[in-house]
Write a protein that binds this ligand. Structure first.
Ligand SMILES: Cc1cc2nc3c(=O)[nH]c(=O)nc-3n(C[C@H](O)[C@H](O)[C@H](O)COP(=O)(O)O)c2cc1C
Length: 185
């Protein structure tokens, strides 16, 4: 899953590396470009919670639920965002904000979409690399909240920061992480 408007930038390069890694591990890739989709911001329904709390889905009729449902079908997820202002991009934030709400109400009698899935988070920054760590920290918070709220297992497989400076060797790390994640299943 990528969240850059740029089709030829560092995020895309990371996506290519992740794809090679998954395929080297004999896995199949379902690629999602969030910026090609319509995913609106959470509307914070009512007094803070909407149907997301009880029904594990969002009332907004856009592309979010298609992607949310497809997360149940895959064995793991690699999320790659450009670093904007030391944070994830706006399309990633919109998706994560809604995902954590729709996954917050864990019921052991039904399987939530991302339960028991391993995740790799990648933050792709510019030359300075400023804010790479805060971006990864903000991505980590999604999993922190979900693991804390419930007794489920969302595996934080890896957090990787890549910049224009270190991309030569860090793209190899992304490839290796993706392959390892597939082979671990
Ligand atoms: C609005 C905006 C904010 C950015 N903020 C940061 C930043 O805080 N730190 C950083 O290292 N790079 C920053 N950059 C640079 C991008 O992270 C870098 O160009 C990255 O390669 C973007 O991903 P892309 O190549 O897929 O477009 C910013 C770029 C934009 C457009």
């Amino acid at each position: 899953m990528t969240s850059s408007p740029n089709k030829e930038g560092l995020t895309e390069m990371c996506s290519d590396a992740a794809k090679i890694g998954v395929e080297n591990g004999d896995g199949q890739v379902l690629k999602v470009r969030l910026n090609d989709l319509n995913i609106f911001n959470c509307q914070t329904c009512d007094h803070g919670w909407g149907i997301c709390l009880q029904e594990d889905k969002c009332k907004i009729e856009d592309d979010f639920e298609i992607i949310h449902k497809s997360m149940a079908e895959v064995d793991g997820c690699i999320i790659i965002t450009p670093v904007y202002w030391g944070d994830m991009s706006e399309s990633a934030k919109a998706f994560f904000d809604r995902l954590r709400r729709c996954e917050a109400n864990f019921d052991p009698n039904k399987t939530n979409k991302i339960q028991n899935k391993p995740f790799i988070c990648v933050a792709a920054a510019g030359g300075s690399g400023n804010g790479t760590l805060s971006c990864l920290t903000n991505m980590e918070r999604l999993f922190f909240h979900l693991n804390k709220l419930n007794i489920r297992n969302v595996t934080k497989f890896d957090y990787i920061g890549i910049t224009q400076r270190n991309k030569g060797y860090m793209s190899n790390a992304i490839q290796a992480a993706a392959q390892n994640m597939v082979e671990d299943k």
